[in-house]
Design a protein. Structure first.
Ligand code: 13P
Length: 257
């Protein structure tokens, strides 16, 4: 079984200095390999411009660096885009795709996500595909159908469970302080697991991450939920103490599974 993933999405926050300081604090705790953090896998996704500098700070392979998007094309005339080749060149081994903020703010479709995921897979990068429903869709009782359609359309052809993770991040829980209840998370994660099992090879190896106002106070309860294989954390990943505390709480929660 793959380890529980504690993933920090720093979004468009910080400066070179503050991001490097945040990385230094996270790395010094992880490098000490203390009992309290060992056992999870850790990933950070700094703003693109700072990945290179932070990559140079990483001495031991204690944390995975991830981009927040990638081009579906190879290097060439694509102004403003960033290729998988470039991401790998500066040390990123993973890429987050289809985040709700990209779907909403950039009109990114699940078809776009599938093309990008295919390119990332060709580049041998790990991929986190985000899926979500809005509050209106949940209130209309459409959340399962929306998530099913996003998963099936966003997965690249020939996807297996080995290098792809799914992150379920209900839009209404992102940055709002409103976490989905453990029951809501369980229902959706079990549903996603069934979709993956029905449609993919080695689906068991695909982790299903939860994201949306994860914090130290709710991490243990959420980590104990069946089919929760990690967290994608926004706000609480911007402070080393809360990011690492979530890791510790998640270890406790996994024991309750
Ligand atoms: P918050 O943890 O700030 O709700 O953000 C979640 C998220 O969007 C992570 O990708």
């Amino acid at each position: 079984m793959r380890p529980f993933l504690i993933a920090g999405n720093w979004k468009m926050n910080g400066s070179m200095k503050s991001c490097q300081e945040l990385a230094t604090s996270i790395l010094s705790s992880l490098n000490s390999d203390s009992e309290s953090v060992r056992g999870n896998e850790y990933l950070i996704s700094p703003p693109f411009l700072y990945i290179d500098a932070i990559s140079r700070q990483i001495e031991k392979d204690v944390v995975i660096l991830a981009g927040k998007d990638c081009s579906a094309s190879d290097n060439g005339a694509h102004t403003g885009d960033i290729s998988c080749e470039m991401l790998k060149d500066v040390g990123a081994k993973s890429v987050i795709l289809g985040h709700s903020e990209r779907r909403q703010n950039h009109g990114e479709t699940s078809q776009d996500v599938a093309k990008k995921a295919e390119k990332a897979a060709q580049a041998k990068m790990a991929v986190i595909i985000c899926v979500c429903e809005t509050l209106e869709e949940r209130e209309a009782g459409e959340e399962f159908e929306i998530v099913r359609s996003q998963i099936l359309t966003s997965l690249p052809s020939g996807a297996t469970g080995q290098d792809i993770d799914i992150a379920y991040e209900p839009v209404w829980a992102i940055g709002t302080g409103k976490t989905a209840s453990a029951e809501d998370v369980e229902a959706m994660h079990d549903f996603i697991r069934n979709i993956l099992n029905e449609n993919l090879d080695k689906a068991d190896e695909m982790r299903i991450l939860y994201g949306g106002s994860v914090k130290p106070e709710n991490a243990k309860e959420l980590a104990a939920v069946s089919n929760v294989g990690g967290f994608l954390i926004g706000g609480a990943s911007l402070k080393a103490e809360s990011f690492l505390e979530i890791g510790r709480e998640a270890l406790l929660g996994q024991k309750d599974k």
